[in-house]
Design a protein around this ligand. Structure first.
Ligand SMILES: *[C@@H]1O[C@H](CO)[C@@H](O)[C@H](O)[C@H]1NC(C)=O
Ligand SMILES: *[C@@H]1O[C@H](CO)[C@@H](O)[C@H](O)[C@H]1NC(C)=O
Ligand SMILES: *[C@@H]1O[C@H](CO)[C@@H](O)[C@H](O)[C@H]1NC(C)=O
Ligand SMILES: *[C@@H]1O[C@H](CO)[C@@H](O)[C@H](O)[C@H]1NC(C)=O
Ligand SMILES: *[C@@H]1O[C@H](CO)[C@@H](O)[C@H](O)[C@H]1NC(C)=O
Ligand SMILES: *[C@@H]1O[C@H](CO)[C@@H](O)[C@H](O)[C@H]1NC(C)=O
Ligand SMILES: *[C@@H]1O[C@H](CO)[C@@H](O)[C@H](O)[C@H]1NC(C)=O
Length: 335
């Protein structure tokens, strides 16, 4: 799979890859004296359940799993390692969507970020001219969306798959089919709380501790643990017009993508979202009906196309946001 910068076709799911590394060694006994010791387990039945990731290429059982009840607990753990004579590795995991074992930590402590979310108050919305949401890093984008919609607001950029954590995608940029117009998710963050490698909780933004802010956004988890993000919101879109355009010729896929996304092109600005995908043959083409509600005859057309082409076929997902006022222009034929 290749990400074509020019055509801005996004082929891959955004990955969750978060990692904090320290000097490797085995876990010190002193961990048991901390007030967070009851939140750390070495039970092999539990650690084994963290031994794989989305990529499923490797197995690696963490030395221990940590279920923090607050960002302070994470700070306590990292500070302990930092000041220990034998620092140990610490890694963090949201939904485990790393693809190459990036969150694996054989001799260290894996932070299960989801345990921060067992209480309420982890998503707050502030209305106003520049509305925003303060959200725990462990929150899933689907839940952030659900919550902000109650205020008729939504985050500006989403990844393709919404059951990923905020901390996870912000550690990876948060690339999306909306991004060719307005950038990745990390371009729409006002502020972060980050537990740094010394175990301090730092609030950072463009204007304050900006080095930590810019290093942590898209930093693959290597500069600290994000525990809160302040995310820009916008008025929720009312409706979308979604079209899926099928192709047999990759050259047409890329030239159409450029027509739709290049600044200065008279078609740019018409669409709001563009993604593309390859279907490797008839077998993949026939699955398309199970992921979207195509009619049987449409599914058959797609299968026939794959069969006739005897090779890969391609599609572009093109989306236009609209409301009652703009409904007519959303119906325009755009290619
Ligand atoms: C782990 O699971 C096995 C099988 O379910 C069980 O026999 C064993 O007691 C469990 N170990 C712990 C430490 O809970
Ligand atoms: C552990 O102590 C720290 C302060 O040193 C505190 O912030 C944190 O909430 C405590 N955690 C637990 C689980 O008691
Ligand atoms: C949400 O607001 C409550 C009450 O002010 C606060 O305790 C909590 O920390 C906030 N949550 C986030 C994620 O900022
Ligand atoms: C959205 O939140 C409501 C509760 O406010 C809940 O009942 C509903 O299941 C949620 N929807 C999703 C898709 O999570
Ligand atoms: C874009 O420009 C071409 C060539 O000048 C023209 O034929 C076409 O109608 C224009 N499309 C739009 C949407 O303005
Ligand atoms: C799928 O399409 C059928 C037939 O058009 C319709 O009855 C059904 O409600 C649709 N389901 C969804 C989830 O949109
Ligand atoms: C409809 O969408 C347009 C373009 O985004 C916007 O300018 C307008 O305010 C919206 N109208 C309503 C009623 O929401």
């Amino acid at each position: 799979m290749e990400l074509s910068r020019q055509s801005y076709i996004i082929f891959s799911i955004t990955l969750v890859t978060i990692f904090v590394s320290f000097v490797k060694s085995s876990l010190p006994q002193g961990l048991k004296t901390l007030n967070i010791s009851s939140e750390i387990t070495t039970d092999p039945n539990i650690t084994a359940s963290f031994a794989t990731d989305f990529g499923n290429l490797f197995n690696c059982t963490p030395g221990a799993v940590f279920y923090p009840s607050s960002p302070n607990d994470i700070a306590t753990l990292i500070h302990f390692s930092y000041t220990s004579s034998k620092p140990f590795p610490i890694s963090q995991r949201g939904r485990g969507h790393s693809t190459y074992g990036q969150t694996f930590i054989p001799d260290g402590v894996l932070i299960d970020m989801s345990s921060l979310g067992r209480k309420s108050g982890r998503i707050n919305v502030t209305d106003g001219t520049f509305p925003y949401a303060d959200v725990g890093a462990e929150q899933l984008w689907i839940d952030v969306l659900n919550y902000t919609l109650k205020h008729d607001l939504m985050p500006r950029v989403f990844t393709d798959y919404l059951s990923l954590t905020v901390g996870g995608t912000l550690s990876n940029a948060g690339i999306s089919g909306l991004g060719f117009m307005i950038g990745a998710q990390i371009s729409h963050v006002y502020e972060l709380d980050v537990v740094t490698g010394t175990g301090e909780i730092v609030t950072c933004s463009r204007g304050s501790n900006s080095d930590i802010f810019y290093a942590t956004l898209g930093g693959l988890g290597q500069f600290g643990v994000i525990t809160r993000a302040r995310i820009a919101l916008e008025p929720a879109q009312k409706r979308v017009r979604w079209s899926r355009l099928f192709y047999t010729d990759i050259k047409l896929v890329t030239s159409d993508s450029e027509k739709l996304t290049s600044p200065g092109n008279n078609l740019s600005g018409i669409i709001d979202f563009l993604e593309g995908e390859i279907l490797l043959g008839v077998a993949q083409a026939s699955l398309i009906g199970s992921t979207f509600n195509f009619t049987n005859s449409d599914v058959q057309k797609i299968i026939d196309l794959a069969s006739e082409n005897n090779g890969p076929i391609y599609f572009l997902d093109v989306v236009v946001f609209y409301n009652d006022t703009t409904a007519t222009s959303a119906e325009q034929v755009i290619i």
